[in-house]
Ligand binder design. Structure first.
Ligand SMILES: CN(C)C(=N)NCCC[C@H](N)C(=O)O
Length: 288
């Protein structure tokens, strides 16, 4: 992959990420803390106690890692699809692959990216869950002073495997939902594009945004559990694995616990994934 496309992919992924990060922080708080009454209450409390900076906690690591995570996801997806169909990307709209191949390639892309994403996602979630305002004289010090301090503390206190806490759940979340992500994108593009033509920018934006929503709606139940597993032991709750976390969350909060953060997840998913797919398609067209 030439350097300029890697950089452009990183920049566009990073733009989507910055745009979506405040939504992501609210989602993470709603999923792992019980003190908020809803999206608005959470947003107001963050703003009051932590200022606007509170919404951007834990953002630097995802920005640094988006190049790796995005290129692994799209790279594995494209290459698996190429191996399954032998249709090069330039001909993908004129000789469209069958949906089953798209689904398999998406699932494999999701499976591999989950392991690259796991440590960065863990650090992001831990930092987003710190409710202390930025260091001020006399105010309580947060447990982690920043992403690097968070990483070294986890390594010291929980060992290298600590960085992969919740990674099994992340993999279960991302494998099928990334299949759904690419299938919905392909389906919407084909539906709104005349035969043998490339989809136009508006179609790519809408299809990318809707694919983001479809995948995040299906990902939300395991996203809640993943978030809790990543915070395991830190807020006084200890889970004995994925099943225990699911059962005790349902026992304490009812089955609606699986839909925590659903609305905010969907609202975030549209702009982030519209931008991601638009840049992906344009880069491939320039390149090819
Ligand atoms: C449901 N899942 C896990 C996804 N659709 N993942 C791929 C989208 C990634 C994009 N950066 C985002 O954060 O939405």
């Amino acid at each position: 992959m030439p350097a300029e496309e890697f950089v452009a992919g990183w920049v566009s992924g990073a733009l989507g990420l910055v745009l979506g990060h405040p939504f992501d922080t609210i989602k993470v708080r709603l999923q792992s803390q019980n003190k908020y009454r809803g999206i608005l209450d959470c947003a107001i409390q963050i703003y009051r106690h932590e200022s606007v900076l509170g919404f951007f906690k834990g953002m630097s690591f995802p920005i640094a890692s988006i190049a790796l995570v995005n290129s692994v996801l799209f790279g594995v997806y494209s290459n698996v699809l190429l191996a399954l169909t032998t249709t090069p990307h330039q001909e993908r709209w004129t000789h469209p692959p069958v949906y089953m191949d798209v689904f398999i390639a998406g699932c494999l892309g999701g499976f591999v990216q989950a392991y690259c994403l796991a440590p960065f996602d863990l650090i992001k979630v831990r930092l987003q869950n710190q409710t202390e305002p930025r260091a001020q004289l006399g105010s309580p010090r947060p447990r982690y002073r920043g992403p690097l301090h968070c990483m070294t503390s986890i390594l010291q206190n929980e060992g290298p495997q600590g960085l992969f806490r919740g990674s099994g759940t992340l993999m279960l979340r991302d494998t099928p939902t990334l299949g759904i992500y690419f299938v919905s994108y392909e389906w919407l593009c084909r539906y709104y594009t005349p035969k043998d033509q490339n989809p136009n920018s508006a179609t790519v934006l809408v299809a990318g945004g809707c694919a983001g929503i479809a995948s995040w709606v299906t990902a939300t139940p395991l996203d809640v559990i993943k978030c809790r597993m990543q915070m395991d032991g830190l807020k006084g709750r200890v889970y004995h694995g994925l099943l225990d976390c699911m059962v005790s969350s349902v026992q304490q909060e009812g089955p609606q616990v699986f839909f925590r953060g659903l609305i905010i997840n969907s609202a975030r998913a549209f702009p982030v994934n519209a931008v991601t797919f638009l840049s992906y398609e344009y880069l491939l067209r320039w390149w090819g």
